[in-house]
Design a binder for this molecule. Structure first.
Ligand SMILES: Cc1ncc(COP(=O)(O)O)c(C=O)c1O
Length: 469
């Protein structure tokens, strides 16, 4: 007898993807500067730990916010009882203002069109429930965030059809790629309900251009489908070109007076911009009243706790804090990004030009033993087990070209990032030496080579740390 449901036992969660397997390997052997200096460095987690100090010092100066008090009076009981699934109105106002601030106040958002959710994960799934039936499809440009297989498909039964983007034009979205994806869905007998993009992109760390956004709007107008823009990284844009939200393009092109206006939905969250993934704060913004109403009812399954809403209402209402945080955080992200890009460049590894996010899209095609996804897996395993870095292989993001990897830089200290780059350097150098040796003499014992490389990595890590002190 079968005890569990198909949903519970099917493989659609994606737990077996190398994206999650890499995390598991890291958990078994996590790097620690003193306790486990040979451990795996986690570069597969898009977490922002660079600006915690700003929030912590604000919390120290504003003890009422986390202490459930207003003007010194306890509001514990009110918060403990509050359970309106529409959310705390004051928090929703503060959140839409923060979203406007990130967009340079070029657009304003109406808190009545905002639905609060437990993170962007829940926002994306809820939108799928609102817009698609089982077997309906959304088109997604590749490479895309590996979590979408779980978030969009698993419980909803919706399907993802890839829009194939390639390195030939920096993975930009083209009209022909959109049309091909649409045709592919039709051939698979899937009804296309919309396109979902991440802007800025995870994993590319680039922003969509105005032209791409206009192309997307024309496409959804012609096909009479929806557009979801996941703007979870909107506050991380640290270089030009500046971030352009789909909302700006809608307004500039006077789409407010057309039915397109109702078919564009934004997903947002404080997991990346404020570095608070543990607080589970996300939102859907839609101009369609029916979507807002349905999503609000569904949000009962993933609400944000009232004390979190209260704390963040006070925090985001402090305009001095938000202004300083956004600019300082972007400055720090830019420095980190430059450190990784420069460090990799010195060892002959390039990254896709990018201006946002918490990671780089790294080109290691020249390090593959064969230009195949098997070759990519082989290299990925070496990087995880021998080099000791958990990065995400492009195949886990459905990239169509082998040899690309996503490497995160904001979830660790500068010293750890330095060590990660040194480990890669040792790997690249030993690869080059081995290739030379192999070119001149027959293959010798690979395990002794592996051992000497591991020793080299450890020696380098240790020496570099000593030098840094
Ligand atoms: C593009 C994108 N959307 C959604 C999520 C999920 O975010 P949250 O922690 O808010 O659920 C992530 C997390 O990495 C992401 O990169």
């Amino acid at each position: 007898m079968k005890f569990l449901s198909n949903k519970a036992t099917c493989n659609l969660h994606g737990q077996d993807s190398s994206y999650f397997l890499g995390w598991e390997e890291y958990e078994k052997n996590p790097y620690d500067e003193t306790r486990n200096p040979k451990g795996i460095i986690q570069m597969g987690l898009a977490e922002n730990q660079l600006s915690f100090d700003l929030l912590e010092s604000w919390l120290a100066q504003n003890p009422d916010a986390a202490g459930f008090k207003t003007n010194g009076e306890s509001i514990f009981r009110e918060l403990a009882l509050f359970q309106d699934y529409h959310g705390l109105p004051a928090f929703k106002d503060a959140l839409v203002q923060f979203m406007s601030e990130i967009r340079g106040n070029k657009v304003s958002f109406d808190s009545n069109k905002l639905v609060l959710t437990a993170g962007a994960t829940s926002a994306n799934e809820t939108l799928m429930f609102c817009l698609a039936d089982t077997g309906d499809a959304f088109l997604l440009p590749t490479p895309y965030y590996p979590g979408f297989d779980r978030d969009l498909k698993w419980r909803t039964g919706a399907e993802i059809v890839p829009i194939q983007c390639t390195s030939s034009n920096g993975f930009r979205i083209t009209e022909s790629a959109l049309e091909e994806a649409y045709e592919l869905a039709k051939r698979r007998n899937l009804r296309v309900k919309g396109v979902l993009v991440t802007n800025p992109s995870n994993p590319l760390a680039t922003t969509l251009s105005k032209q791409e956004l206009e192309l997307l709007l024309t496409f959804i107008a012609t096909k009479r489908i929806h557009l979801i823009s996941d703007e979870i990284y909107s506050g991380t844009v640290f270089n030009s070109p500046k971030f352009v939200s789909v909302m700006e393009v809608l307004i500039e092109n006077n789409y407010m007076y057309t039915d397109i206006w109702d078919r564009v939905h934004i997903v947002y969250s404080l997991s990346k911009d404020l570095g608070l993934p543990g607080f589970r704060v996300g939102a859907i913004y839609s101009n369609d009243d029916m979507v807002v109403s349905a999503a609000t009812k569904m949000s009962s399954f993933g609400l944000i706790s009232s004390q979190t809403q209260y704390l963040l209402f006070i925090m985001l209402s402090d305009k001095k804090l938000t202004k300083h945080y956004l600019s300082e955080n972007q400055k720090r992200l830019k420095q980190r990004h430059e450190m990784l890009v420069r460090g990799l460049k010195k060892i002959g590894i390039s990254c896709l030009d990018s201006n946002a996010g918490l990671f780089c899209w790294v080109d290691m095609r020249h390090l593959l033993s064969s230009n195949t996804f098997d070759g990519e897996m082989e290299l990925w395993k070496k990087i995880v087990y021998e080099v000791g870095l958990n990065i995400s292989p492009g195949s886990s993001c459905h990239c169509t070209e082998p040899g690309w990897f996503r490497a995160c830089f904001a979830n660790m200290s500068e010293a750890t990032l330095y060590i990660a780059i040194q480990r890669l350097k040792a790997f690249v150098d030993s690869n080059a030496t081995n290739n030379n040796i192999q070119n001149h003499q027959p293959l010798n014992n690979t395990s002794s080579k592996k051992k000497s490389f591991s020793k080299l990595v450890f020696r380098l890590s240790f020496n570099e740390r000593q030098r840094e002190r």
